[in-house]
Design a protein around this ligand. Structure first.
Ligand code: HEC
Length: 123
């Protein structure tokens, strides 16, 4: 029995290590639920009132490029990124590795609007 438990522990810890090496977005279900609520806070009109293209150009294009595919400083190609809106909002809110957090730099409606805008960059 002990053998089985320790085997399980070895297996699950190597699985966790594997996951973090992949640089997966390690956002918890709780965090994603939270950002879903943040997204739902704004109506379509609120989001449409934000110039998301300008926010993107000013804050994001230096690494990601005007069209999303520049990849400077290891920036993910946003043309091929398939993250959900919740995951994008969480990435922009918390930042990830070399990408800073934008929770101070952007207002919440701007943060959500720019995360929605990223869909227009997809091929
Ligand atoms: C300093 C360069 C830099 C700037 C500026 C920047 N990013 Fe990033 N971004 C990165 C890097 C590097 C990654 C990869 C992070 C990782 O996975 O380690 C990334 C990843 C992302 C991802 C995750 C994509 C995926 O599929 O995993 C999203 C979404 C994103 N950025 C959106 C934005 C938005 C929106 C802005 C502007 C508000 C922005 N970024 C500004 C460097 C930058």
């Amino acid at each position: 029995m002990h053998y089985i438990i320790s085997l399980f522990l070895v297996f699950s810890s190597s699985f966790l290590a594997f996951n973090s090496e992949q640089g997966d977005p390690m956002f918890t279900a709780e965090q994603l639920t939270k950002y879903k609520a943040l997204i739902e806070q704004f109506s379509e009109e609120d989001i449409a009132a934000v110039d998301a293209a300008l926010i993107y150009k000013q804050n994001c294009s230096s690494c990601h490029g005007r069209k999303g595919g520049l990849g400077l400083a290891g920036a993910t190609n946003l043309k091929t990124s398939a993250l959900s809106l919740e995951e994008r909002v969480a990435t922009v809110y918390f930042g990830k590795n070399k990408m800073q957090s934008y929770k101070e730099a952007l207002k919440k409606d701007e943060l959500v609007a720019v995360s929605i805008y990223l869909e227009t960059l997809r091929k």
